[in-house]
Design a binder for this molecule. Structure first.
Ligand code: PXG
Length: 449
């Protein structure tokens, strides 16, 4: 493949054929295969592509490599682990590193979130959290509490439950009927355009949960899942007071609050978790991505003690499984080794603090794009930001795609999705690299049709 890409395509048809078998996820396969963007190596905030070009990555891969690419500490830990113990059965057995990671995660999450269940991705974390919530209410003697509530524009991965509570319409539409779910309104309001950090208006949008309670009865609602800030929909930051209000309504009606912290976890917000950044503690938290700095797939669900205890105190014999759920690779030894090395980096290099210190520069740089043709909103929080791009009627994703690919051609990797362009640089980014990214965006964006 490397050879193939480095060649000057003496036989273009053969080169194209080589690309055919791989069905790329969440990608325009036809466009990609006609014009492949192939990444061969990485270091710090840079990728090197198949043409040997250095590409500035201001997206931390896909929000996951927040501590910089190719950390040797992680590579060594993974290598060591593969020689020591490649795999141990995850069901009815365990290995030492899984306990270590669980304790480290427990220590980082807000007080009370103390029980850690391992998965292999954000999507699996979400499915786990949703099933955990439903099973919890059955064990707690309220089996009618089954309804799940998500939010419009929410993204909770691609598995069945996550797609159902998710609120990005193009991700739902192809599948017709999904699992039953209600949706709160999105918190994107025109009067909040160009807010820096948390917008002022819209705390009352949380009251839509009260409306669902009135309509269906709290006794039918198991859980609400939201991202502390929406990542995939383009950094939609909760209005001041919104998450507190959601928490209060959940408390008043015995509804579990799930924070999907797959993107917001491990420093992205300038704090360890979104829960800390926004001062609101959920009952269950879903994690993935930066848990291993993106190096090995791994996710986790962190539940509060009363949930765990409800499972443990259920009327089942001790030799029986309390929660019939888990994955062959839950707490995989290699993933655990990567996580421990990544958690060392996160703590020793004070990544959350670095993100917090860089955030004002990032905010100023990004908002410097205000007034650029096509940009209708700019949103940011911590080291996450998004540009809202004026939609071509019927083709909202077209301009972001053109901007993203033009940036790539200029040596900058940003993410395009829906009608937004997103940035989530690594916490080791230099201010000058942020400036460079913004300057390329400023050049490129007005040139698209
Ligand atoms: N929850 C949230 C909040 C996410 O952001 C997932 C769950 C699913 O994780 P997995 O590991 O199953 O992909 C995610 C994933 C983007 C982008 O461009 C975001 C994600 C993935 C790829 C791209 O915003 N988030």
């Amino acid at each position: 493949m490397q050879e193939l890409q480095r060649q000057t395509y003496p036989d273009a048809a053969a080169a194209r054929a080589e690309l055919e078998a791989y069905w790329l996820p969440f990608s325009g396969n036809r466009q990609f295969k006609d014009n492949p963007r192939i990444i061969e190596s990485a270091e710090g905030c840079y990728y090197t592509d198949a043409h040997g070009r250095r590409i500035l990555d201001v997206m931390s891969g896909l929000w996951c490599c927040g501590f910089g690419h190719n950390r040797p500490e992680i590579a060594e830990a993974v290598n060591r682990q593969l020689r020591e113990l490649d795999y141990a059965p995850a069901f009815q057995f365990a290995h030492p590193l899984a306990f270590e990671v669980a304790n480290r995660v427990k220590a980082l999450t807000p007080a009370g979130l103390d029980y850690v269940f391992f998965t292999n991705s954000g999507s699996e974390s979400v499915e786990t959290a949703l099933k955990m919530a439903k099973a919890y209410w059955r064990l707690a003697g309220q089996p009618q509490k089954t309804r799940l509530v998500g939010r419009v524009k929410g993204y909770h991965g691609v598995n069945f439950g996550g797609t159902s509570v998710g609120g990005i319409e193009p991700n739902r539409a192809p599948y017709g009927e999904l699992a039953a779910a209600e949706h709160l309104p999105a918190t994107l309001l025109p009067e909040n355009a160009f807010s820096r950090g948390q917008p002022e208006h819209g705390a009352e949008l949380a009251d839509a949960l009260e409306d669902l309670v009135t309509e269906h009865g709290a006794e039918t609602i198991a859980a609400v899942i939201v991202e502390p800030f929406s990542g995939s929909a383009g950094c939609i930051v909760p209005p001041l007071g919104y998450l507190d209000r959601l928490r209060a309504i959940c408390d008043a009606h015995d509804i579990l609050l799930i924070f999907d912290e797959v993107i917001t976890g491990f420093g992205r917000t300038g704090h360890a978790f979104g829960a800390h950044a926004f001062g609101v503690t959920p009952d269950i938290m879903t994690l993935a991505k930066a848990l291993t700095n993106g190096s090995v797939p791994m996710g986790a669900v962190v539940a509060k003690e009363s949930i765990y205890e409800t499972f443990m105190n259920a009327d089942t014999p001790e030799y029986m499984v309390e929660f019939p759920h888990g994955y062959t690779y839950s707490g995989h030894p290699v993933a655990c080794a990567a996580a421990l090395a990544a958690l060392d980096i996160f703590e020793n290099e004070r990544m959350a603090e670095r993100a917090k210190n860089l955030a004002p520069h990032f905010e100023n740089a990004l908002h410097g794009l205000r007034g650029t043709k096509h940009i209708t909103d700019i949103r940011n929080f911590g080291l996450a930001g998004a540009l809202q791009i004026d939609a071509i009627p019927g083709e909202p994703a077209r301009r972001p795609f053109e901007i993203g690919t033009a940036c790539w051609n200029r040596g900058l990797y940003v993410r395009w999705g829906g009608d937004t362009v997103q940035l989530g640089p690594a916490m080791i980014v230099e201010p000058e690299q942020i400036d460079e990214a913004v300057s390329i965006l400023a050049d490129v964006i007005p040139t698209v049709a």
